[in-house]
Design a protein around this ligand. Sequence first.
Ligand SMILES: Nc1ncnc2c1ncn2[C@@H]1O[C@H](COP(=O)(O)OP(=O)(O)OP(=O)(O)O)[C@@H](O)[C@H]1O
Ligand SMILES: [Mg+2]
Length: 379
Amino acid sequence: MNPTSKDASRGIRIKGVSKHYAGTPRPAVDDVSLDIADGEFMTLLGPSGSGKTTILSMLAGFVSVSAGSIEIDGQDVSRLKPHKRDLGVVFQQYALFPHLTVAKNVAFPLQQRKMPKAEIAAKVAETLDLVHLGDYADRLPRQLSGGQQQRVALARAVVYEPRALLMDEPLGALDKRLRDQLQREIARMHRELGMTFIFVTHDQHEALTLSDRIAVFNEGGIEQVGTPADLYERPETLFVAQFLGESTGFRGTVDKAAGILRCGSHALRAPRLDAGLDGAPGVAVVRPERLVLHAEASAVAADHNHIGATITEIVYVGDRHQVGLRFDDGTQGVASHPVGPSLPAMPGERVAVSWDPRHQAIVPDRPGGAATEVVPAGA
Ligand SMILES: Nc1ncnc2c1ncn2[C@@H]1O[C@H](COP(=O)(O)OP(=O)(O)OP(=O)(O)O)[C@@H](O)[C@H]1O
Ligand SMILES: [Mg+2]
């Protein structure tokens, strides 16, 4: 979906919003601003305690804002009661009415809105079809699997055609296979409904596969907002580089005039450097699939970066080899090597590791960031 094709006055604007819970030392959410376009799939991604649920709860109206405002389609809703905001909400726990059938659970919000009975029946049937539960209308929640219950919750949240659907880790309680299946269902629902979806997760893979854009949260603030490719290919901070996907980080000092990052005795080519970084500590972040292993440094293209390394381990992970590396500047890293071509060396042996400098991101080396630490996939 292309959000720009929609009416620009519509959408959700979070303007300088903060939340300071009484009796806590720091704000849970600190001056967050984010515009979500009409029809966009926006994911809030971040570690535990970074403020994702707090933001979603303020959007839904379950938690008051301490500062700032929230606008929906140009209307300030910051002080409106939850049911006046016209938003659908799904949480990790299904929270269905246990004594009502599937159809009655889904009908409930329509009855509350006093929709005529015949229209309710038609709308419930249509929405159950949307979540592929047309044959389950008369079952009780306890007669359904976890994935089916969550689909009922999704149906109940969208049946009255709210302005947006807010979801807080809706797949968190499901096993991996069901999770993957429901991810595809949610993506399809988004396409079919054209509704704004705001989705909270701490699962990077889920965020990358589902979203139009992702906002990465860290300690109550947003580190970076962008498309999945923006965040993966062009992270702006060490936190984003490490939280989203695996990477190797070469620490050094930026020399803008020379267009390099100096890492000990190594000089890495770094075109397109940010002026603000000149003379400052920086980290060259490279994704595993961008690193190429060679038996000899003479095989490396002249305009590519390369550093010698010793292979520490080779792990076969089915679709590729994951190659652990100890680089000559002391950096620990990881490369991904395709399973087809043979590996140029074995553990304990030397390789030259190269990459195209256009495929690295130079980010500020902020205190606390552990650039040389490789974050394993799925951690
Ligand atoms: N009702 C509350 N009262 C006081 N502090 C709270 C309350 N709810 C959350 N917090 C604190 O606010 C911070 C952000 O919490 P929040 O639940 O928004 O994080 P989260 O990103 O959703 O984390 P998780 O991934 O674990 O769900 C945390 O430090 C948390 O302890
Ligand atoms: Mg949460």
